[in-house]
Unconditional design. Structure first.
Length: 143
């Protein structure tokens, strides 16, 4: 990274291990220095974000439909754990469904910056990192 900024940190929250694996590999392809945490359940992700280690998370890629707690419920709980959520974490909702109600809810949330359809591609991730995180030349690396 030429900017001298510390590597960005991404948290993947998805109950599907395959999506976590694929997205983590793509993130490392886009930005080899990026730090990635993966959690299958929202509860584990909230525990991480409440910990000292979780304070470094810059971006959360969050599945909507998970057991026990939906992505929307996760965001509501996160806003109580980290009231500064809008200042220090970018939350992107991801889903395999194209339910218009989910897009509307995500759009109405003050904490969710966008919603993307899974599986994410290398170009989608590069564009996302380039737009929201201090990752040098992420978009150029993916193209």
């Amino acid at each position: 990274m030429s900017s001298g900024a510390p590597p960005a940190t991404v948290l993947l929250v998805d109950d599907n291990e395959d999506f976590n694996f694929i997205h983590e590999r793509l993130l490392h392809t886009v930005s080899p220095d990026i730090q990635v945490f993966a959690r299958q359940y929202a509860e584990g992700a909230l525990e991480l974000l409440a910990s000292e280690e979780g304070q470094s998370v810059d971006l959360v890629l969050l599945d909507i439909n998970m057991p026990k707690m939906t992505g929307f419920e996760f965001v509501d709980k996160l806003s109580t754990i980290r009231p500064s959520i809008n200042d220090d974490i970018v939350v992107v909702m991801v889903s395999t469904t194209l339910n218009p109600d989910d897009f509307y809810r995500a759009d109405q949330s003050p904490y969710i910056v966008r919603m993307l359809e899974k599986p994410l591609t290398q170009t989608m991730l590069a564009d996302l990192l380039d737009e929201h995180l201090p990752v040098a030349d992420a978009a150029d690396t993916a193209r």
